[in-house]
Write a protein that binds this ligand. Sequence first.
Ligand code: FES
Ligand code: FES
Length: 150
Amino acid sequence: MMIKLTVNGEERAVDATPGMPLLWVLRDLLGLKGTKFGCGNALCGACTVHLNGRAIRSCGVPVESADGASVVTIEGLGETAMARVQAAWIEAQVPQCGYCQPGMIMSVAAILSEEPGLQPDAVRERLTNICRCGTYDRINTAIAQLFPAR
Ligand code: FES
Ligand code: FES
């Protein structure tokens, strides 16, 4: 079936099998490999993208439910106000293998967009993504850098 999406500000049309996860569409049909496949069960967060401004785990979203929606992936985040999250990640040198980090960044960006008044500890509490390399201390450092010193 034909599905229309706006992906990173660009209108795209894809011919996808009904039920195909949005993650497959992004990676295999649109060639956007920054979004990662981890658990495939909406548990780890490696596949996190923004769907109409909200963080979703794209491995668990059938693409037909996203027909007509706006999607932002890690490739497009740098063109948004949330580019500062990527900058904080670079400053704190967060990644080890890096596999989970696009999902981490997209999740934190969505948390801050939805609730800009949150303090760092509250952002961290809402972040349920998993990092097998255990980079959580540096993730905390990067999140702290997103807030002005008091
Ligand atoms: S791959 Fe989607 S949540 Fe793990
Ligand atoms: S940096 Fe390796 S899984 Fe997170």
